[in-house]
Every structure is written in structure tokens, then in C-alpha cells.
Design a protein around this ligand. Sequence first.
Ligand SMILES: O=C(O)CCC(=O)C(=O)O
Ligand SMILES: [Fe+2]
Length: 333
Amino acid sequence: MKYQHIEDSDVVRRGHPIPRVSRISRANFHSEFLTGIGRPVIVTDAMDDWAAKSKWTFEFFSRTYPSAPVIANSPFFLENMSGLSPVKAQLNLRDYVEYVINPGTPPRCHYMQGSWEALQSNGIPLYAPGYRVFSMHPELRSDLSPSPYFADDFLVRLPGYLQQVIEQLPSPIHYLFFAPEGAVAFLHTDFWETHAYLAQLVGRKFCILFSPQDAENLYFGRVLDPVYCDTRQFPMFSDAIPYCGELRAGDLIFIPSGWYHFVVTMSASLTFSYDFFNATNFAPFMSNLFLGLARMVVAPNECRNLTAASQILSAALREAAMVSSVGQSNVRT
Ligand SMILES: O=C(O)CCC(=O)C(=O)O
Ligand SMILES: [Fe+2]
């Protein structure tokens, strides 16, 4: 695997370790990790009361939802990455889980783009972006509580219809990643200035993060691979300050809003992830949401999932208008 010795790479050697904490109070989390540009941290007891921590295994998903549909890509979520030929495969969850456990064997799948040979030459395995676990399997919702115990989460304070709109966004906010060894999420920031966490249920991942203050040294996202970065093309990369940490089963990494992250899967892995917002990033999140909905009116063809979101929103607003007019007529009579 290309990143087997990631801990000996230049970028990791010059990196700062990401702190590991447990039993952190909201006040301490806020002052140490959330305020200002924030600071990444690994919380080691965040999932202690989740039933998912022991229940959600490869075996469980494969046995319970064998025919759930999955689309997996190489490279993961980058359509055009120079030097790699895009591969896109459609398979069912049981076959994907089998591949995740044993990525050296060709999966039973339908290639929508590319082939097994192209995949081998990429040297990067198939990786399914964001399996929408709660919309696929609502009965699993009670297996965990996404809101982190150490931080506020405003999603749950919003009216139900807005929560539904947000859960239907093209970029899912709650998602589950099944990843084979060697899977890579290249350097990126998450959408709409959300804070994120990755909660590691099974296997190991290695994470390299950079603060938003290093955006220029990262060429505003043009550096995709901090481990194999061409410093002739990107000389300022050497000035960027990496923060590194390994996620083991039971660990949750907090990635503050706007922080760049690069994640390599070190062994067959299952990760639950949540993109969230609170007082520190509520305004950019909501303005992006409403801009997205407004854009849908102007350019409906560009906004596939937003259409579903807007239908919920307009139905909810219609209902709210009816309730308030009923309320008013009650007052008048
Ligand atoms: O591979 C991972 O766990 C990282 C995924 C990620 O950062 C994302 O989907 O935004
Ligand atoms: Fe991300």
C-alpha cells in the first residue's frame, strides 16, 4: 500500500501530534478547540454510550442489508485527478463489504466507468463516498446520538422541516464510510464551513490536517496529496504546518470548520461522520443553505437533491402559513 509508511514521511515527521483527550467539558472544548480558527483534537470516549460501537460491524451490515446499493469510486470524490484514470463501480453492500475486507480480489460489480485493470494501475482502491446510513436504514438512528457530548449542535434545535431539508442536501451531513486499506480522501475542506467529526468504529485511519491560515501554502486546495507533494510545483507547501494523528477504533477526530484534511485508511475501516454547526458557524451554514435554495429557482437543473429539499421547505412553509392564519382568525373571532 502506497501509504504504508506514512508515519515516516517528511510531512508527518515535521508535523505536530493532534492532542488526545477524554471527559472534556463543553466549556473547555469551546475555549481550547472551538473558538477562533479552532484546533483539531481526538476525543477517545465520545462513542462510549453508542450501541453502534459494538453493533456496527462489517458482518452486521453485510448480513442485514446485503442488497443495499453502493457506488464506489477511485479516486474518491475527485472526478479528474491528473495521472489517475477514473473508475466508478456499482455493487451491492455485501459485495462491497467483501471488497473492503479483501481489496486485492476483483469485486463482483458493474463498472460504470473504467475497469479492474484501471483500478490496479491507479494504485488506489475503490471507496464509496458517504453511505447515507440514516436515510437508507432509519431503524439504525437510535444506535448512536450524532450530537457530540462536548460541543453544541444546532441542527437539533431547528424546526423539524429544516432538519429534513438539511438531511436531504446533496452533501450528506451524517454518513458512514466503508473503506478498504489504502483508501484515500485527498486534501480538502468540508462544505459550507461545517465542523466535522470522524468517529472510528472499526479499523484505523491516519489523518493529516492543516489550518485555514495555511490556505496560501496549500495553493488554496491545489495541493491534494501532502505525503507525495511535488515541492518544485508547490514550493510554499514546505511552510505549511501539518497536524497529524492516528484514529483507532473508539477514537473520534474533531475537524474544525475550514481545516484542510487528508485521510488514509490503514486497515479495513468503518467510520461514522457528521458535518455540524453551532453558534460558531451558524451564519455561513444558513446563508449557504438559502443561497443554494435560491439558486435552485434560478438554475433548477443544477440542483438535483436541492429540489427535494425545497419541496419539503415549501410544504413546511405552506403549513406554517396555514397555522398562522388559523391562529389569527382564532384571535379575531
Ligand atoms: O476518508 C475519510 O474518512 C475522510 C472523509 C472526508 O473527509 C469527507 O468525506 O469529507
Ligand atoms: Fe472531509
